[in-house]
Design a protein around this ligand. Structure first.
Ligand code: AMP
Ligand code: ZN
Ligand code: FE
Ligand code: FE
Length: 277
């Protein structure tokens, strides 16, 4: 039996990943991962399909989501785990995010049209399911040969402060944590090394998170040590995940960062007990 590994951060075709939920499960089994959480941006839609597939494959699938929150204008990603999948609080919150994104996408497309590019909502939403955001707009710009790469699309038009960027309605971190807790889940601060301001880091460490992502594909060993130490000091869960997106980010393979047995079992048992209530 190989070492217990559970990748608790990856994206499916229900947000900006290139693998469908079934493919993620097959890939996790091939890589001999024992556990997985699909953490799509602002949606839990993958689970309807993924749960029975994982069960048949004997893979431990932990409910998860990655919410886009804001703290004093700085983006903060919040992972939610082990919540009750049928809880109305989490469904309503995902719906609110979808409305926020529809309005924001419309403004960003309008900004692009003002710049002289012919991009329509029909083109953006064609053949797409789940959460649609800037990566999808970037791909549309590539497809229409307005730019030559997703990177260029962000650099010229869609990145923060660039001419087509729109921040959208800001949903606060406090509210996000409260929603995850209302749905009986655990709130985990995602990829903390990406936080820009020291005041944001300070404020996040004072919030009622249950955990921090201390193992992450793109962290250096030194960064991991720092965040793991902070997590342990706070008595938080320390989780790990790759942030796999499939061919969209080919340099990051599934399972290259993971959560070990003890932390995973704590989360999984929490999910099993509360979901049978
Ligand atoms: P959104 O949630 O719609 O604001 O889009 C954010 C997502 O866009 C992030 O999760 C990244 O995956 C992606 N992204 C952000 N900045 C860049 C960039 N400079 N190049 C490529 N992808 C990016
Ligand atoms: Zn993503
Ligand atoms: Fe993220
Ligand atoms: Fe992510």
């Amino acid at each position: 039996m190989s070492e217990f590994k559970a990748d608790l951060h990856c994206h499916s075709t229900f947000s900006d990943g290139s693998d469908a939920p079934d493919q993620l499960i097959v890939l996790a089994k091939t890589l001999e991962l024992q556990g997985l959480s699909i953490t799509d941006h602002d949606t839990i839609a993958a689970y309807e399909r993924a749960l029975p597939v994982a069960q048949a494959a004997q893979l431990l699938l932990l409910p998860g989501v990655e919410f886009s929150a804001v703290h004093r204008n700085e983006p903060v990603h919040v992972l939610g785990y082990a919540f009750h999948l049928g809880h109305p609080a989490i469904h309503q919150f995902c719906e609110r995010h979808q409305r926020r994104r529809l309005e924001r996408n419309a403004r960003m497309l309008s900004n692009l049209r003002k710049l002289g590019f012919h991009v329509s909502e029909e083109e953006l939403y064609q053949e797409q399911t789940g959460t649609i955001g800037r990566p999808h707009i970037a791909l549309l710009l590539v497809k229409k040969e307005i730019v030559s790469s997703v990177k260029e699309a962000f650099h010229r038009y869609l990145g923060e402060g660039k001419p087509a960027y729109d921040p959208g309605e800001g949903i606060r971190v406090e509210e996000t944590i409260a929603c995850i807790h209302a749905a009986q889940g655990k709130a985990v601060l995602a990829h903390p090394h990406l936080l820009q301001r020291s005041s944001t880091i300070r404020d996040m460490l004072a919030m009622p998170f249950d955990g921090i992502e201390g193992y992450y594909a793109k962290m250096t060993a030194e960064q991991e040590r720092r965040w793991i130490e902070i997590g342990i000091k706070k008595g938080w869960l320390v989780t790990g995940g790759s942030d796999y997106h499939g061919v969209v980010k080919p340099q990051i393979p599934l399972g290259c960062s993971w959560t070990g047995n003890e932390t995973f079992q704590m989360l999984y048992e929490h999910y099993c007990t509360q979901s049978s209530l």
